[in-house]
Ligand binder design. Sequence first.
Ligand code: NDP
Length: 284
Amino acid sequence: MSDQGNFLHELVGSMSQGAAGNPTVAMIEAAFAHHGLHWRYVNMEVLPEHLGVAVDGARAMGFRGFNCSLPHKVAVIQHLDGLGASAAVMGAVNCVVRRGDKLIGENTDGKGFLKSLESVITPKEKSVVLFGAGGAARAIAVELGLAGTKRITIVNRSQSRGAELVGLLRDKLNLTAELVVWNGDYAVPAGTDIVINGTSIGLYAPEARLPLDVQSLQPEMVVADVVFNPVRTRFLDDAAARRCRAIDGLGMLVNQGIVGIQYWTGIDPDAAVMRQSLAAAMGL
Ligand code: NDP
């Protein structure tokens, strides 16, 4: 932290396109304030054709790092000096960290999820069913693979996207992974330990139903949703009614912020302060 007379704030940014009103700004800044850090988290609108100069600008101005969201998660890699382990496997970066004079790309999407999951169950040697094969599901699957999950079944509507993810898990992580093309209500196989909705089904749609045979959920299964608005999705309600332990997507979003702050500042921020400010900023 710099503190020179009229103290200089340390800067962390968020490079996105069309993300005005990003609620994570309030969450990150609440953590900085709570821990007495003279840091600012600044939302910046960056067009794809300006990404390279924006990264150079962040470098020149001594930013401690920045988040980046769509459409920059893959394109940013060419402007960085290196990648963390999971970002290298995924080929996508959502969090850049200045280490010495290098900008290193990390991916906190899956790490945030894992942090939530590990508060309930250890994924090592477990069998997982994961709905979805988009960015969130990919990040989660890679972190689960790195954490020693025994087996992952990807259930996805589009065959091509699902097959691409399964190929990545097999080839890069040597994982036992299979694809089920989603067609009608999916019955979760007995013996599954963890069931995850990694799709956008349910986002801003409390009544939206995952094509799932709810009766196949068993009480010993842990059920998690990436959807954070509403916090209680229909999927989680159905799982709770089947007496499963349920994990919401808001926790994942908060944990992503926590991992980012840990990377940038080295401190362990207060999760309750962050969750409260995020929920308030989202009107939840
Ligand atoms: P993508 O667009 O990359 O992927 C969407 C996925 O959802 C695809 O697998 C897609 O299947 C599937 N899908 C969407 N609609 C349907 C449908 N009607 N029936 C079956 N499958 C469907 O999105 P992301 O992965 O980036 O985001 C997914 C969700 O995760 C969003 O709700 C997002 O808000 C949330 N998220 C939450 C985070 C958190 O911290 N809690 C962090 C990041 C994301 P197909 O391949 O067939 O199109």
